[in-house]
Design a protein around this ligand. Structure first.
Ligand SMILES: [Zn+2]
Length: 522
């Protein structure tokens, strides 16, 4: 994601911070950030980040609810929540999803979304019951074709009880029928991943958005294949992720069904759906099929600019592939959406980032924005955060990549960016109090955009270009879930230099790193 989500509450008014990250000295996460600093705001604003400073609250235990007594001896109740410290309700335990087949219909007159999603999954335990995440209303559910028990538990959690327990290690299929008005629903922090701008509707958001349109194991630690069909009145477009297989099933006179398929697994928050009047441009570039889409709500001039900027994606991907190895996916694209109130400038939807049109056509910001979102295809999408507190793995790289792209295209060097920003941030005490190892839920999307790329550039200075490039490439080319601890271990494995003092200063430290060679600053 680019930009900071301004919908989040001011210090102290939101939910409590959750349990502390393991293996870490207590003082790191018990530090309370006092107030917004004007200095920090002025530091962030030139980077296009409308930062709102937030307090880091001390830890409380999160955890998952204990299951009810199973009806047979070996079967258990899958946990509600996958164990994320910041979002304990997110995702579910006991199974891994391999594929979602989403079939939804949207009626703009009533703004009701209805449909059926078929989830193919593998059980990790013998399951007496398990949870799915969805904020809409489930009307019917089957497991392997048999009617299953259904009980809502909280705003977005449904307990599914199969007629017979699912055996451990077995493949099973859950078919869920549901409906609702997603525009009426807010997330845990009061946000609206479902938004409307005139006759255009969008569901897209981080850290959650899937629960507004399909049932899922809604956590980045369970990526799966996506097969998405969206039925809309004839004349509207429905844009999503992956390859456009067809845009009209031709079976209905008044409705079109848009069918999109991903060929690589993706985290649930990396999907999106946009419904409205869009102009699409399709083709193949560098062997990659692409679809770019721009809202028809823009003027002709702005539409042209939006397409011009979207079409820089292929050249940017070539530069990024030079830095991080081959592009990891089989489709390319981007969409510019109308909503001027969107809480982000860009979101790294897999194969097709979602851009706020107003930000995409900003000549001072477009290159940085597009490069940032495309770099996420390697960092955040191909390599996914294990938990939300691993956000460094995603946002630090996407932000550093924009520096590196500028360095190769006549802009300032990444080193000059590091020195410029460090010079301004050095004395901003509150800026450094938000660590990379445990930024806290409310600071998940704040300092990482600045301290993150600074950390990477400083590490480049310490490791040297060759080892740093090897780290980035080997990391990005190995798809899967990884933590910030994994990243530190990987970096250490590629250099004889002891990186512990560096990590202490840049990842764990709560004050500005000393300007030493060991910290990459001398
Ligand atoms: Zn980002």
């Amino acid at each position: 994601m680019s930009n900071v989500d301004p919908r989040w509450p001011p210090p102290g008014s939101g939910p409590e911070q959750l349990s502390a990250r393991p293996r870490r000295p207590a003082w790191v996460y018990l530090v309370v950030v006092a107030v917004a600093l004007t200095l920090v705001a002025t530091l962030l604003l030139p980077l296009g980040l409308a930062a709102v400073w937030r307090r880091v609250a001390p830890g409380l235990d999160g955890g998952v609810l204990p299951g009810t007594a199973p009806s047979d001896r070996s079967a258990v109740d899958g946990s509600r929540g996958v164990g994320d410290r910041y979002y304990p309700d997110a995702g579910n335990g006991g199974y891994d999803v391999t594929r979602y087949r989403i079939g939804v219909s949207f009626d703009p007159r009533t703004e009701v979304l209805s449909g059926t999603t078929t989830i193919s999954a593998r059980s990790l335990q013998s399951l007496h019951s398990f949870f799915l995440d969805l904020r809409l209303n489930i009307t019917e559910v089957t497991v392997d074709g048999q009617d299953a028990g259904l009980a809502k538990d909280g705003d977005a959690n449904w307990r599914i009880t199969p007629a017979t327990p699912v055996e451990a290690g077995s493949d099973f299929t859950v078919e869920v029928a549901y409906d609702g008005q997603p525009g009426d629903l807010t997330d845990a922090d009061g946000g609206h991943p479902w938004s409307r701008s005139g006759e255009e509707w969008l569901v897209s958001g981080e850290p959650e958005s899937a629960a507004w349109w399909f049932p899922s194991n809604d956590h980045p630690s369970d990526p799966a294949l996506m097969d998405i069909s969206i039925r809309v009145p004839r004349g509207l477009q429905a844009v999503s992720v992956g390859r456009l297989e067809s845009a009209d099933s031709a079976s209905e006179a008044d409705w079109d069904t848009w069918h999109w398929v991903s060929r690589q697994p993706m985290a649930t928050y990396l999907t999106f759906a946009a419904i409205g009047s869009f102009t699409l441009r399709q083709g193949v570039v560098d062997g990659l099929p692409y679809v770019y889409a721009v809202t028809d709500q823009l003027s002709a001039d702005d539409r042209r600019t939006a397409f011009t900027n979207l079409e820089t994606s292929a050249a940017k991907v070539r530069v990024l592939a030079g830095l991080f190895g081959p592009y990891p996916f089989t489709e390319l694209g981007g969409i510019a959406v109308a909503d001027p109130e969107l809480p982000f400038d860009g979101l790294e939807a897999q194969t097709r980032p979602v851009y706020k049109a107003r930000s995409l056509i900003n000549p001072d910001y477009a290159d940085e924005l597009v490069t940032h979102e495309l770099a996420h295809m390697w960092f955040g999408d191909n390599v996914t955060v294990r938990q939300w507190d691993d956000i460094f793995d995603s946002e630090a790289y996407a932000s550093w990549a924009a520096w590196a792209w500028a360095e190769r295209n006549g802009g300032p060097t990444a080193q000059s960016e590091l020195l410029r920003i460090f010079g301004r941030a050095r004395d901003a005490r509150d800026f450094w109090r938000v660590t990379m190892i445990d930024p806290g839920r409310r600071n998940l999307f704040t300092t990482v955009y600045v301290r993150g790329p600074m950390t990477l550039q400083a590490l480049r200075n310490v490791m040297g270009d060759e080892a740093f490039t090897r780290l980035n490439t080997e990391w990005a080319q190995d798809p899967g879930l990884r933590s910030l601890e994994d990243w530190m271990a990987k970096a250490q494995s590629l250099t004889p230099t002891d990186l512990q003092p560096f990590f202490q200063a840049w990842i764990y430290g709560t004050t500005a790193p000393a300007q030493t060679a060991a910290n990459g600053l001398a």
